[in-house]
Design a protein around this ligand. Sequence first.
Ligand code: SAM
Ligand code: SF4
Length: 354
Amino acid sequence: MSISKSVNNIEEIIDKAETGNELNRHEIVLLLAASDEETRLLYAAANSVRKQNTGDEIFLRGIIEFSNYCERNCLYCGLRRSNKKLSRYRMPEDEIIATARLIKETSIPTVVLQSGEDSFYTSEVICRVIERIKTETGLIITLSIGEKSDADYRDFRQAGASRYLLKHETSSKEIYNYLRPGCLLEQRLRCLQALKKLGFETGTGNMVGLPGQTPEILADDLLLMKKLDADMLGIGPFIAHPDTPLNGLTNYGLETTLRVLAIARLLTRNTNIPATTALGSLHPRGRIQALQAGANVVMPDFTPEIYKSRYDIYPGRTDVGSATEIMENLQKDFASIGRPLNFSAGYRQHKLAS
Ligand code: SAM
Ligand code: SF4
C-alpha cells in the first residue's frame, strides 16, 4: 500500500482507498460522514476489494459459547459479574466435545470456543479440551476467552489452538478504562502482540456506538486494526443490555457500523471480516448488508439450545434452531445474494492480490 496526498472529496477518498492507498485520520472521518449516495459508493468499493482478495464465497466458523460466567465487569456486557439476574451455566467438557462433533458433521472446518473470563476452566482444562477436539474431530480451533498470561497462550498454542479473537473494543484509553473497570487498553494490546508472536491467526475489532465515541475515535480504531495487522476483524454495533449500567442507551444505527466495516475492508484488503451476529440483531438484513459491504465470514451459533438464550451479551441475539436448521437458513439467505458457502479452513489469504 502506498502513501499519497490527503484528499477532501469523498469520491476521491473512496477511489484512493479502493486502489490500495492508505487513508489518514481526516479522510476516514470524512468517509464516516458520507451521504447516502456516497455511502453506496463506499460499500460498492469495499465489496469489490473483498471480491478481489477473498473471493465471493462465505467462510464459516461454528461458535460454542461454553460458559457465561465472567469475572470481569465490563459496563456494556450482560455477562458482567454484577449482573445477578443472569442464570449462569458452564458446559461440561464432554458436552463441549459433543457440540464440536456436531459442527464437524456440518462440514464447517473451524470451531470458535467463546466464554466470559471464567477461571473455573483452568489452562489445563482448556488445553485438554483443545487436545480432545483436535484428536476427535480435527477441527481448526479458535479461542475467544479473554486476557490470559503469555504462558497460558503458549500452552493453548502448543495444545493445538491456532486462532484467537480478542477485540480491542475501543482505541480510546479513556472510554476503555471507563467501560472495562480494572482493565487497561495497553494490556489488551500486549495480549494481542503476544498472540501474534506465538503464531496465532489473531482477531481484533471494536464496538460501534459506544457512549462517548466520536468519528475520530472510530478512525483511530480503524488505523489501529491496520497497524496491528490482525488477520480477522470483528466489527459490531454496541447494543445496550437492560441489566447493565448502559441500559437505555440507543445505538446510532446500523449504517455507521457498516461504514466502519467497509472502510476496514478497504484498509486491510485480505482480512477475514465476519458479518457479526450483533448486526443481525440490530436489523433483520444486517448480516446480508454486511456481506455486501466487505464482510466474508459468518459464525453460526452451535451452543446447545438450553444455554443459548443465557449467553445474553446483549438483547435480541439471533441464530436459534438446530444445527441443521441454522445451516439451511444460512444457505437460503446467502444464495439470495449469489454468495456460496465455503467449507475450507479460510485462512487469511496473504497470497492473493492486495
Ligand atoms: N470475554 C471475552 C472477551 O471479552 O473478549 C469473550 C466474550 S465477549 C462476550 C465477546 C464480545 O462481545 C466482546 O469482544 C464484545 O465486543 C462483545 N460485546 C459484549 N457486550 C456487547 C454489547 N452490549 N453489544 C455488542 N457487543 C458486545
Ligand atoms: Fe466478560 Fe467479555 Fe463480557 Fe467483558 S465482554 S464482561 S470480559 S464476557
